[in-house]
Every structure is written in C-alpha cells, then in structure tokens.
Design a protein around this ligand. Structure first.
Ligand code: SAM
Length: 403
C-alpha cells in the first residue's frame, strides 16, 4: 500500500485493494498501519537515518519495514514484542539483522511521541509561503490525530436529539460530531437518517439560497452535497463524469430516501436545456484539505497536479457560469488548501467576468465560527475550531450574476 501511494501516486483507498482478501479486522489494521505511517513519514525517516551508518534508499524494504513498526508503536501503541515479532518475518532471507538492529536501538532509546510531526518538505514550504504563521503548526498537530466523525442529518430536530442521546456535539444546524468510530455500526446508518460529511464540506450547500428551487449540482458524486440540497427541498440535478462514483451517489440517495435527477456526463461537454437559477460547483481538486483523513494527499499533490487542477477548475467555472440566469447564484468550492485552486481561481474569474460579483455569506447562513474574508469568500484553514476537533481545509465562494 505504501509503495502504491508513494511511488505510484494512488490514494490509500485505491491502494487498499492490495489487502482486500484479508479478513475485515486484518484489513482494517493494515490500512490503519499504512495511514499512521503516512501521518509521520518525515519524522520516522529521520529516526531511522539517525541510527543507520549508511542512508537506506527511500524504497529499501528494510526502511519500509522499520517505518511500519515505528508507526505502529507511536500511532497505535502496539507493544514492542509484537512489533519485532511481526517486522522480522517480513525481511526473512533479507536485511533481517539490519532491521533487528535499528528497531532494537530505537526501541531501547525510547521513541518520541511525534504528536506534531513534520509535513512533507514540499508541503511545509508551500503552505508556509501561502499562509500565516501558525497554519503549518496547526496542520502538524492535526495530522497526528485521527479526526472526529461528522454527520449531516436530513432533519434538524433529529440531529439535536441524536447529539443529546449519543454524547455528540452539534456545531451547526443538522450537524452532529462524534468521536471517531465504525460508521456502519452507528445507529441510524441503515435507516438513512444521516450521512458522513466533514462539517467544512457541509458549508458550500448552505450558501445556496433557500428559495432557489432548481439546483444544478455539478461534480456531485458521491453526493454529500446533493443530499443536503435535496433534504433542503430543492429540485436537484446531479451531474458527474464518473460511472462508479455516480453509482455510489445513487446508493446514497436510496439509503437516505432522498431524490435527485442523475446525469452522467463531462461538464465540459454537457449543457442544460435552459438557464438555471442556482449551481453548486464542488470542483475536482488536489484535496489537500482532507489530509487528516487522507494523509497521502500530501504526497500525491505535487505542484504539477495542483496546476492541472487549477486549469480544469477555471474551465469548469467559465462554462458553468454561462448557464446561470440573471440574478442566479453559483457556489464554487474545493477541499484544497492551495490558493491556486481557490482564491486565485475566483479572483481571475471575477476580473474577467464583470457581470459576476462575489456575495459574502449573510448572517445566519453559516455557523458563527466561520468568518468570511474581506473579499467575501470563505477560507477554512487548519487551526479552525481546533479545540473541538478541527475541520477539513476548504475554499468556498458564492458568485451572483448581475441582473
Ligand atoms: C470533489 S468531488 C465531488 C464531491 C461531491 N460534491 C460531494 O459532495 O460528495 C469531484 C467530482 O468531480 C467529478 N468530475 C471530475 N471532472 C469532471 C468533469 N469534467 N465533469 C463532471 N464531473 C467531473 C469527479 O468524478 C468527482 O466525483
């Protein structure tokens, strides 16, 4: 899995195909070990490099096996004897003595807690240049901990009742935050009263005006925002290019007993039969804002990938904006912490399209802890709501077409 992520640029979810034949508990453990390793990789490597005479190549099997063992100790609290007993058979007939020696030395010295691990160098530099001091520090802190579980409910009263009976917290209407747990075991999953959605990811749909009626949800799958819009009473058309993701959207709607018209199409080729009042464009992006749940995004999102995404986002926005009726609303969002995919896309768009204006959130539309920038957009950075478990990084802007 680590090789698939680090060398082939796969997501951890996709890489987990490698362990799909394992029993469920082993599979979950394997994915957890890989995740914990990715949360602290630069520091784990520094520990290893501190006790080896010759630097082990990045992809050396010995390095991988030691990384896995250290990540289990630091991230999962696995006892030393279990680490050693599971690490050594992985290098049978290979660098067993080396692994035993390095691991033994590090365990004897005692391992640091690494609860503020370093991010990959490229990310430290990029975010350090883009954001205020403190953002990288907050991100370091966040990557070390598995985040809480956020649920969005179809019904506001049910959310409050659920929070009260399950020891959860509600930080916004229809929202409940729980300590992380196995989702399908939670009461209510089967009967579809709620879906899993980071609180930050629930903000864009909250900016679609309540009276919009018909809403076009572009790039809609797997459907978190479609379900919000449908639960709000909008007539939703949900478009996505991916067949498999659209299938998940269909299943999610069936589970939650919500309705939307589904369209499988490339938004760069498709077009609606008439102009529309409201569009939500939750554009494909580097997803670096989701690093708490998907630490591998920090290794996948290189400069070129960010630039490619930004180019696609600009194209999607130009095209979608042309479908909006005068006075109509378009909400643009990305779960990215890169200004190129957020602030820059919107700044360039507004500069080139004087018939569009940014409309800041109105009082009561978003929860109180969300503030908008002087320009009127919303930027969620690491550190937001830190005491309550944090949020994914997001950028959201609402554009209105002048009448
Ligand atoms: C950020 S995800 C959407 C998440 C979704 N809005 C939600 O709330 O669950 C971006 C989606 O864009 C879709 N996509 C990417 N390029 C597209 C295109 N050219 N046309 C339509 N959909 C596209 C991807 O398949 C992916 O499902």
């Amino acid at each position: 899995m680590l090789d698939a992520v680090l060398r082939r640029g796969q997501t951890l979810d996709a890489a987990a195909a490698a362990v799909r034949t394992l029993p469920a508990a082993d599979r979950a453990l394997a994915v957890a070990i890989a995740g914990e390793t990715l949360r602290r990789l630069p520091d784990l490597d520094a520990l290893i490099d501190g006790v080896t005479r010759q630097r082990l190549p990045d992809d050396a099997k010995a390095r991988t096996v030691i990384r896995l063992a250290l990540a289990q100790k630091i991230g999962l609290g696995t006892p030393d004897h279990a680490l050693v007993a599971t690490a050594l058979p992985l290098v049978d007939g290979g660098p067993r003595r080396l692994v035993h020696g390095v691991l033994g030395t590090l365990l004897r010295r005692g391992l640091p807690a690494l609860d503020n691990p370093r991010l990959p160098d490229e990310v430290e530099q990029r975010w350090g240049a883009a954001w205020d001091e403190g953002v990288v520090a907050a991100a370091r802190h966040q990557i070390a901990v598995r985040p809480p579980l956020d649920l969005t409910f179809a019904d506001a009263a049910e959310a409050s009742a659920y929070a009260a009976t399950h020891g959860g917290t509600s930080l916004a209407p229809r929202h409940v935050r729980l300590a992380s747990t196995a989702v399908t075991e939670l009461e209510g999953f089967g009967d579809g009263r709620w879906w899993v959605q980071d609180l930050a990811a629930s903000l864009p749909a909250r900016l679609i005006p309540s009276g919009a009626g018909a809403v076009l949800d572009l790039c809609a799958a797997p459907g978190g925002k479609t379900m919000q819009l449908a639960a709000d009473g909008h007539r939703v058309t949900s478009l996505d290019a991916s067949k498999s993701r659209l299938e998940r959207l269909r299943e999610n709607l069936a589970r939650t007993h919500l309705a939307a018209t589904l369209v499988r199409a490339d938004a760069l080729e498709w077009q609606p039969s008439q102009s529309v009042a409201a569009i939500l464009l939750d554009a494909p992006c580097s997803a670096t804002g989701t690093f708490r749940r998907h630490p591998e995004v920090l290794y996948r999102a290189r400069g070129a990938i960010i630039a490619d995404n930004a180019a696609l986002q600009c194209q999607l926005l130009e095209r979608a904006s042309g479908w909006l009726e005068p006075g109509g609303t378009l909400v643009y969002s990305v779960c990215s912490l890169e200004p190129e995919e957020g602030e820059r896309v919107i700044t360039d768009f507004v500069a080139g399209n004087p018939d569009f204006a940014i409309e800041a959130p109105k009082l009561g539309e978003l929860p109180d802890f969300v503030t908008s920038s002087p320009e009127g957009w919303v930027r969620i950075l690491p550190g937001t709501l830190a005491e309550q478990g944090g949020l994914d990084g997001f950028f959201i802007a609402r554009l209105v077409r002048r009448g």
